[in-house]
Ligand binder design. Structure first.
Ligand code: ADP
Ligand code: MG
Length: 368
């Protein structure tokens, strides 16, 4: 049996990040429980871990709010143990971000993002199922770009070509003499990158489907959960898509816009064949998302041969004791896990070999 590389955050040093002025913590390699009242900074702390891994937050698009109020720069630094211990450091100020690995500046973001794997559950994730398709595509992008560093490159190439193509379609509309050859070149490029991206997404969803049904059943005890990926480019050859673009030529010119492609991709969460979007209860939706995240851990291990770090931010509010227990029992001892909760009694620590408990208050974080 193969065991993946185990990844652990050994310690973290935070300066002027969110509500924190200065904070240093060292963690258990297995389970870390952060408990405290609402608004004390639990999410801020796990956000800093996520930020260190992915260079961005999960709850906003503008980095400047990550900097402590009235300050000009924030730093998050941590040592992460895989085969060796590596120092990662991100500094943000008004001008942008500086990213360092072992004190050396990193130039390529795609190289960095695929290094530290983090899987996070946050209450906002429950919205993913009901939100606009773009939100689900972003979920796919975040996860797949951690698995394959080339993925981000394909994605940014695709976006570039899509923009060029949309602009050029408008040119063709206003100028009947515009070169069709150039449009064909853009179409071919779009198809080339798009097919690749659809393939990554399709494979990823297929892999998740291998595990998610059983995981969901372990928590909820009934119901068949599956994901369905839909895409104009899924399982299509370049020739088939080219033909489709030929059929759509008039429509595209009059719309001034590319009408098919992976920019319309979506995933459906199906429970017993019904879309959770239309039918799901709050509990079913929450358990579906957590099942998705737990399935991802297995997929990460299979594909990258690495165990990611798991963050469960406020997962247990609104869940009954039995389901919490079912989830905790499924946690893999090789996966370093961070749990935030307002109620320490939610977490049955006798299930873990090693753990640390941190008490979070307005005055800071103390190991309990
Ligand atoms: N940039 C910031 N500077 C200072 N305080 C901040 C900043 N961003 C958020 N906060 C504060 O952090 C607190 C919320 O912390 P959070 O981690 O979400 O709490 P919880 O423990 O409920 O997860 C709020 O009081 C908020 O005002
Ligand atoms: Mg919180």
């Amino acid at each position: 049996m193969f065991f993946g590389v185990i990844m652990k955050i050994e310690n973290i040093k935070i300066k002027k990040f969110r509500s924190y002025d200065h904070l240093e913590l060292s963690f258990s390699p297995e389970v870390n429980i952060l408990y405290g009242k609402n608004g004390t900074g639990k999410t801020n702390l796990v956000e800093s871990l996520y930020f260190l891994a992915l260079t961005k937050s999960f709850r906003l698009n503008n980095d400047k709010f990550l900097i402590k109020k009235n300050e000009i720069a924030a730093t998050v630094e941590g040592n992460i143990l895989t085969d060796v211990s590596t120092n990662y450091k991100i500094t943000i100020n008004e001008e942008g971000k500086r990213i360092e690995i072992d004190k050396t500046k990193v130039k390529k973001m795609s190289e960095y993002i695929s290094r530290i794997n983090v899987i996070l559950f946050n209450p906002l994730d429950s919205k993913v199922i009901n939100d606009a398709p773009a939100v689900r595509r972003r979920l796919l992008n975040v996860e797949i770009s951690q698995l394959y560093k080339e993925y981000l490159v394909y994605l940014s190439n695709y976006d570039k070509v899509l923009k060029q193509r949309n602009t050029y379609l408008k040119v063709v509309y206003t100028n009947g003499n515009a070169s069709k050859d150039y449009l064909n070149i853009l179409t071919d490029k779009l198809i080339e990158y798009g097919i690749k991206i659809a393939e990554y997404r399709n494979n990823f969803i297929n892999s998740i489907n291998e595990y998610i049904t059983d995981i969901y059943k372990n928590i909820f005890l009934k119901g068949e959960l599956r994901l369905r990926y839909s895409s104009d480019f899924k399982n299509k050859s370049a020739d088939e898509i080219r033909e489709k673009f030929r059929e759509l030529y008039i429509k595209e010119i009059s719309n001034g816009k590319t009408v098919i492609g992976i920019q319309h991709d979506d995933i459906d969460f199906l429970l017993d064949g019904n879309k959770l979007k239309d039918w799901g209860s709050v509990g079913q939706i929450k358990n579906s998302i957590i099942s998705f995240k737990l399935a991802e851990i297995i997929v990460f291990e299979k594909i990258k041969h690495e165990f990611p770090i798991l963050i469960l931010d406020d997962l247990f509010s609104e869940l009954d004791k039995e389901k919490i227990e079912n989830i905790l029992k499924m946690l893999n001892h090789n996966v370093q896990t961070f749990i935030t909760t307002t109620d320490i009694d939610n977490v049955n620590t006798s299930l873990f070999n090693d753990y640390k408990i941190f008490n979070v208050t307005e005055d800071g974080i103390k190991e309990a």
